[in-house]
Design a protein around this ligand. Structure first.
Ligand code: ASP
Length: 362
C-alpha cells in the first residue's frame, strides 16, 4: 500500500466520510512524479505579509498588496512548485471573522478534493493566525498539506521576513512529508502544528511558539528538518461545515484580580450559546464570576474554562468543581482556540459532556 493509502486508512478517511459528491482521493506520490512539479495554491487573506509602509499616520497598513505582488516579489517560488494564487480577502487579521473562516474552509476543501492539487498555503496576518489555523485544522477533511504563513515586517522595511516565510511555507506545502499532520504554521524558520501554536511576542520575528508541545520541525537550506516524528493521529476530530454560513455565538471573558460578573452577564444577555473563561492560573475564576458562570451553565450556556496563562493545561476539577457546575475544561487550548472549538462543537450538540469529549479528543 502506498504512503497516502496507509495514511487514508489510518485516518479512517473514506469517500463516505468525505460526504460530498465530487470529493476524490488525495493524489498518489507516483502520480505526482509522473506529472512533475507539485501543484500548490496560495490563498491570500492580507496581514503584514501583504502590508505596505505608509508615509503618514501609523507606520504601515496590513492587507494592502495583492496576491500577484506577493508572489511576484519572490521569483524563487516558481522553482519550488507550480503555483496559482487567489485573493480570498485583504484585511488585517484583527478583522478576521467566522465568515472568512467558512469561506476559507469551503475553498480549501474544494481545492484539495481535486487530485491535481498537492497542497495549499494561506497567507494571513499574525494577530489571529492561530485561530484560523485551529479552525481549518478542525474543518479540512483532506490529509494534504495546508500551511498558514505570515510576516512580522511589511514589504519594504529593513529585514522584511515575508519572502523567506513564503518560500518556507511553499516548501512545506509541496512536500508529501507534511501530509497527515493537520494544518501547519510556518514562521521564522519553524514549523508548528495548528493545535499547539500561539503568537507569543507582539514584535519579534520569532513571534510564534508552541508553548506546550514545541515546534515539529525547522526550515533550513530549503528543506524541512523534523524533530521527533510525531505519530500521525489515527482519527482526527473533523467538523463538516459544508452546509454552514455562520457559527454559534461564543464570547470570551478575561480573568483578573477583582474581576466582576458584568461581562458574563452581558454575554448571556446578548444570547451567547457559549462562554469561554480565560481564567487565572489553572483556569480559576473570581467567586463573583464563578457564580455568574454557574448561573449561565444552569441556563444551558456551555461554559469552557481555559487560562490566560501562556503555557500549561486547564484540567477538570482542580480548584473548580466542574462536575457540579457542568463546566468543560479546555486542556491545552488557549482561550481563543477554545472558542473556535466550542463554536464548532455547538454546531453538533449542546451537551457539556459530549463537548468535553471533543476537547479531550482534539
Ligand atoms: N495586524 C497584523 C495582522 O494580523 C499584524 C501581522 O500580520 O503581523 O494582520
Amino acid at each position: 500500500m502506498t504512503f497516502f493509502g496507509k495514511l487514508k486508512k489510518m485516518m479512517g478517511f473514506s469517500a463516505a466520510q468525505a460526504g460530498r459528491a465530487g470529493e476524490t482521493d488525495p493524489i498518489e506520490p507516483s502520480a505526482r512524479l509522473l506529472r512533475g512539479r507539485p501543484k500548490v495554491y496560495v490563498l491570500a487573506t492580507g496581514g503584514t505579509i501583504a502590508g505596505r509602509l505608509a508615509s503618514t499616520g501609523p507606520r504601515y497598513r496590513a492587507g494592502v498588496l495583492g496576491i500577484e505582488a506577493l508572489l511576484g516579489a519572490v521569483p524563487a517560488l516558481r522553482g519550488l512548485a507550480d503555483l496559482s494564487g487567489e485573493q480570498v480577502e485583504n484585511i488585517g487579521s484583527q478583522d478576521m471573522d467566522e465568515f472568512v473562516w467558512l469561506k476559507l474552509a469551503h475553498r480549501v476543501n474544494a481545492l484539495l478534493a481535486d487530485p491535481a492539487t498537492d497542497g495549499i498555503v494561506i497567507t494571513h496576518g499574525t494577530d489571529t493566525l492561530e485561530e484560523t489555523a485551529c479552525f481549518l485544522d478542525l474543518t479540512v477533511r483532506s490529509p494534504k498539506p495546508v500551511v498558514l504563513v505570515g510576516a512580522m515586517r511589511p514589504a519594504g522595511s529593513p529585514g522584511a521576513d515575508g519572502p523567506t516565510n513564503l518560500l518556507d511555507a511553499v516548501t512545506v506545502a509541496a512536500h508529501p512529508s507534511a501530509a497527515g499532520r493537520g494544518v501547519l504554521v510556518v514562521m521564522h524558520g519553524s514549523l508548528f502544528e495548528a493545535r499547539d501554536v500561539a503568537k507569543v511576542s507582539s514584535l519579534s520575528l520569532s513571534a510564534f511558539a508552541a508553548p506546550n508541545a514545541g515546534a515539529v520541525g525547522q526550515l533550513a537550506d530549503g528543506r524541512i528538518h523534523y524533530g521527533q516524528r510525531a505519530a500521525l493521529s489515527p482519527e482526527r476530530l473533523v467538523f463538516d461545515v459544508s452546509g454552514l454560513d455562520r457559527l454559534p455565538a461564543v464570547g470570551i471573558v478575561y480573568g483578573h484580580a477583582g474581576a466582576s460578573a458584568t461581562p458574563v452577564k452581558a454575554l448571556v444577555d446578548a444570547g451567547c450559546r457559549g462562554i469561554v473563561s480565560a481564567g487565572v492560573g489553572s483556569g480559576n475564576v473570581h467567586r463573583d464570576v464563578l457564580a455568574a458562570l454557574a448561573d449561565a451553565s444552569g441556563r444551558g450556556v456551555i461554559v469552557v474554562r481555559a487560562s490566560r496563562v501562556a503555557a500549561g493545561l486547564t484540567l477538570r476539577n482542580v480548584e473548580v468543581d466542574d462536575n457540579r457546575f457542568g463546566f468543560v475544561a479546555a486542556g491545552a487550548l488557549n482561550p481563543q482556540k477554545a472558542r473556535v472549538l466550542l463554536q464548532l462543537a455547538l454546531t453538533r450538540t449542546r451537551k457539556a459532556e459530549a463537548i468535553q469529549k471533543m476537547f479531550d479528543e482534539y
